[in-house]
Design a protein. Structure first.
Length: 85
């Protein structure tokens, strides 16, 4: 089963951009899933088990370097990634 996940990270620190960039870089470091980033969130698409494991690992790493960093996730079964024309 495939999944679509929308993630927003809200580091509660003055210099929040580096924490967000590290999190996104961690997600982009994995093959086999699609990662799309915009100004409000990051969307991840792919196999449910794989995507959720990668997100969990990336969140854990983020919390180790930025302890006060809430995440908001929206999870939908199915792949809603944009398809190339």
């Amino acid at each position: 089963m495939n999944v679509s996940v929308e993630i927003s990270m809200y580091p509660l620190v003055d210099e929040y951009i580096p924490a967000i960039e590290r999190f996104i870089d961690e997600l982009n470091g994995h093959a086999g899933m699609t990662v799309i980033t915009n100004t409000m969130s990051t969307q991840v698409f792919g196999d449910y088990t794989r995507v959720m494991a990668i997100i969990s690992h990336a969140m854990q790493k983020a919390h180790q370097t930025t302890p006060k960093a809430p995440f908001v996730l929206k999870v939908l079964n199915g792949d809603l990634s944009p398809k190339p024309e």
